[in-house]
Design a protein around this ligand. Structure first.
Ligand SMILES: [Mg+2]
Length: 263
C-alpha cells in the first residue's frame, strides 16, 4: 500500500467512478462526518459517479439512493443495486442468483448456529430491513468481540454452505453467487452500459469484505484503519489514505481531485 499522495496524475485524471464502502470507510465511530459527506457532494457536482458499495441492508439503500449525492448504491454485499433512473424514479436491480425461495429458511438455520457457537454475538439491528442476507453483529454495538470471534462466525456460515464476509462491524452471510465486485461489474455493464471501465474506477474500503474489489480494480485506496486487518487479507489496496474512516476518504478525495487537475 503506497500513500495516496503518490497516485500518478494520469491515473487520477482517468477516474470517472468513485466507488466506496460505507462503514469505517466514510464513517468514524459510526458517524458520517461532514468532511466525508462534503467530499461526496464535491465529487457529485464535478460529474463523478459516486457509488457506495456496502454490506448494509436494502432499507439503507432506499434512503441512500434517494437522498445522498450517489449515482447508485450496491447493497447487502452485492445482492442489489438501488438507483434513481433518468426520470428520478427509484429502481432496484437484483442479482439473478438471489431469488431462491428457500433462502430465508436456510439463513434462519445459519443464524441459530452462529448464535449458539459464538457467545456474545447477536443479530444486527438493521436485520429487519435486509432482504437477502443475514448480518451477525460482533463490533457495531457492545460487547465488541475480537476479530477471532468474527472468523469463527464466518467459519460456521461457510460450514453450512453460505457465503460469508467479515466487515469491520458485522459478519454477513448469504446464499447466491455474488459479492460486491460481481454485482458492481454486472450493474456497470448491464444498466450503465459501460464496457471498458477498469481504469476509470477508484474504490475505497477498509476491511476483508472489500477484498474482491481490491483484488480486481487497479486503483484502490484503503483508509488508515485497514492496517489491523492487513495480516488477514490476501489482497490489499494499491494506496492508503493518511487518516482513518471518513477523514481519510475526504483527504484522499482532495488528493485525487488535485492530481486530476480538478481541485
Ligand atoms: Mg467497512
Amino acid at each position: 500500500m503506497k500513500p495516496i499522495a503518490e497516485i500518478p496524475e494520469a491515473e487520477a485524471a482517468r477516474i470517472r467512478y468513485v466507488l466506496t464502502d460505507i462503514d469505517d470507510t466514510i464513517t468514524n465511530g459510526g458517524k458520517l462526518p461532514a468532511e466525508a459527506y462534503s467530499a461526496m457532494w464535491k465529487l457529485h457536482e464535478l460529474g463523478y459517479r459516486v457509488i457506495p458499495v456496502t454490506g448494509r441492508s436494502c432499507g439503507w439503500c432506499d434512503l441512500i439512493a434517494r437522498e445522498w449525492p450517489a449515482h447508485a448504491v450496491v447493497g447487502e454485499n452485492g445482492a442489489v443495486v438501488y438507483y434513481l433512473d433518468e426520470t428520478g424514479h427509484l429502481q432496484v436491480f437484483t442479482h439473478p442468483s438471489v431469488a431462491s425461495p428457500e433462502v430465508h429458511g436456510k439463513l434462519q438455520a445459519v443464524r441459530e448456529a452462529c448464535l449458539k457457537a459464538v457467545p456474545g454475538c447477536r443479530v444486527a439491528k438493521d436485520q429487519f430491513s435486509r432482504m437477502y442476507d443475514l448480518a451477525i453483529d460482533f463490533a457495531e454495538e457492545e460487547p465488541v468481540l475480537p476479530l477471532s470471534a468474527a472468523e469463527e462466525i464466518r467459519a460456521v456460515c461457510e460450514s453450512m454452505g453460505a457465503h460469508a464476509k467479515v466487515s469491520s462491524i458485522h459478519v454477513n452471510a448469504w446464499f447466491g453467487n455474488y459479492d460486491k465486485l460481481t454485482m458492481t461489474e454486472l450493474f456497470l455493464r448491464e444498466v450503465l452500459h459501460e464496457t471498458d471501465f477498469l481504469h476509470d474506477v477508484i474504490f475505497f474500503g477498509d476491511s476483508p469484505n472489500d477484498e474482491p474489489m481490491f483484488a480486481h480494480f487497479p486503483v484502490t485506496c484503503g483508509v488508515a484503519n485497514i492496517r489491523p486487518f492487513a495480516d488477514r487479507m490476501a489482497h490489499l489496496p494499491a494506496y492508503v489514505a493518511p487518516l482513518e474512516g471518513g477523514f481519510g476518504f475526504a483527504a484522499a478525495v482532495d488528493v485525487l481531485l488535485r492530481k486530476a487537475g480538478r481541485a
